[in-house]
Ligand binder design. Structure first.
Ligand code: GLA
Length: 507
């Protein structure tokens, strides 16, 4: 969430920083300068796709070998602390107190270090580094935003972030839209083609948000996507900046909603990010309601996707602000532990999912290459069992046969899209985790996930399925074969990190 904005910033000029740096330069070879890192430091980062330059202001106080301070940009502000040893320093953020996120040296009055693998240089801040702060805007009083009638089943489509991140552009979106049709994704129900962060330009003199050079004509792009029988989604947030450091909708909510509607946008993902610099968690609902109202006022049907990582028990009020789905977790990664962690973390929110309003454990990583096909089958099965939105996050233009077979498994998609809209919850028994989802018409879907690292025997007991009239037909949704219950049970061997997924109808 803070990711690339770590290098962007604003701040205030303090001659003190310069002074300390200068004083300490004189004593740099002696061990005695216990303040030489004290001051305001400005780091210039990348140039964004909209031409803006990323900047960070690091304000540090050194006392002996201890460092404390803040790191700020227009998009984020974090407290930092760390240690200095001679010219060497290490700084830790609030998220990981055991691993420094910057290590570096004081060299010739500059801080030279690395953030991750990126080189990072900070110089004493000057007056020119000062950027205006955002005035506080009081969020509206709470009321219920009427249901927009959309997302009766969990939204399905594609999103650019997981694979393309900042590399998404008009041409990519067009070719993905083409591939959604030719691959059969559209006809399987994947309708929304969603552009995530980094499409944003700067605002014009009237405050209208522009696209950057990667998206020369958003209205024409929407028309193209619509001509393919698909819908177009976009991304913004309630703060002044998006997570990638681009302009977001703070103070421009109605204006942006109108712009999105005029472009022909059908889906908005609205990401909290820098709003945390202005608002507290108990204001989340009012802040999200503001955009919910603005979208409704456009008169265009636009799916409203709240992205605030599950803060403030969003499942309890997401539907009241007009939300059709809401993230319940931090960002997914293409990694077994992240995928399983996300789906388990949202289990307590299960009672709040239903037609029109869904818990969102984040987008799919299927086909992105860092999990096995067994793990991706588990990923797909768990998202279906929990009625999660199915937003593919891979390159639809070049899917392997295995990825295609997983994403396009119509029997599994039907479990996700079941009109009853129930979200399964897990029952753990050693390495096996069983998820049971009641379906419309009295059937159930049952999944048994093998969390262990060796194959295991999974058994589904008929009595646990609570089917009226006992077992009718049972079908294995990955082998596409009927499964025969004997003596009230069905057993199968499940590979490590694999899944057994059955649909069982009543007798
Ligand atoms: C946050 C969201 C991600 C993605 C990025 C874009 O981290 O959780 O899904 O939208 O921002 O910057």
């Amino acid at each position: 969430m803070l990711r690339s904005t770590l290098l962007s910033g604003n701040g205030m000029y303090s001659p003190k920083g310069l002074a300390w740096a200068a004083v300490c330069l004189v004593t740099i070879s002696t061990a005695g300068c216990g303040h030489r890192l004290t001051g305001r430091w400005e780091a210039t980062g990348r140039t964004l796709d909209n031409g803006e330059q990323e900047k960070t202001i690091l304000e540090l106080k050194q006392s002996g070998n201890q460092l404390t301070g803040t790191m700020k940009s227009p998009g984020f502000s974090i407290d930092v602390k760390g240690t200095a040893n001679g010219n060497h320093f290490e700084l830790f953020g609030p998220r990981n107190p055991t691993r420094p996120f910057i290590t570096g040296e004081l060299t010739n009055g500059e801080l030279h270090g690395t953030i991750g693998r990126r080189e990072w240089i900070a110089r004493p801040a000057t007056a020119a580094d000062d950027t205006p702060t955002n005035p506080y805007i009081q969020p509206p009083a709470l009321h219920n935003v009427a249901y927009n009638g959309l997302a009766k089943t969990p939204p399905m489509g594609w999103n650019s972030w997981n694979l393309f991140a900042g590399r998404v552009d008009d041409q990519t979106v067009r070719s993905i839209a083409d591939a959604m049709v030719t691959s059969g994704m559209r006809d399987a129900g994947y309708i929304y083609v969603n552009i995530d962060d980094t499409w944003e330009g700067v605002r014009d003199a009237q405050g209208n948000i522009q696209t950057n050079h990667k998206f020369p004509d958003m209205k024409a792009l929407a028309a193209y996507v619509h001509s393919k029988g698909l819908k177009l989604g976009i991304y913004s947030g309630p703060g002044p900046r998006t997570c990638a450091g681009y302009p977001a909708s703070y103070g421009h909510e109605e204006q942006d909603a109108k712009t999105f509607a005029a472009w022909g946008i059908d889906y908005l993902k609205y990401d909290w990010c820098s709003a945390r610099m202005i608002y507290k968690d108990d204001q989340l609902q009012a802040v999200y309601q503001k955009m919910g109202d603005a979208l409704q006022a456009t008169g265009r049907p636009i799916i409203y996707s709240l992205c605030e990582y599950g803060l403030g028990d969003v499942q309890k009020w997401g539907a009241n602000v007009g939300g059709n789905l809401w993230r319940t977790t931090d960002d997914i990664r293409d990694q077994w532990s992240s995928m399983i962690g996300n789906i388990e973390q949202q289990a307590p929110a299960a009672p709040y999912a239903g037609p029109g309003h869904w818990n969102d454990p984040d987008m799919l990583e299927i086909g992105n290459g860092h999990m096995s096909d067994d793990e991706y089958r588990t990923h797909m099965s768990l998202w279906a069992l929990t009625a999660a939105p199915l937003l593919a996050g891979n390159d639809i233009r070049s899917m392997t046969a295995a990825t295609r077979e997983i994403l396009l498994n119509k029997e599994v998609i039907a479990i996700d899209q079941d009109p009853l809209g129930k979200q399964a919850s897990p029952q753990k028994n050693g390495d096996l985790e069983t998820w049971i989802k009641p379906l419309a018409g009295g059937s159930v879907a049952v999944g048994v996930v093998n969390l262990g690292s060796a194959p295991a025997q999974a058994t589904v007991n008929a009595r646990d399925l609570n089917l009226k009239g006992g077992i009718g037909r049972a079908r294995d949704l990955w082998t596409h074969k009927d499964a025969r219950f004997a003596n009230g049970a069905y057993s199968a061997t499940v590979p490590a990190h694999g899944v057994l997924l059955l649909k069982v109808s009543a007798g």
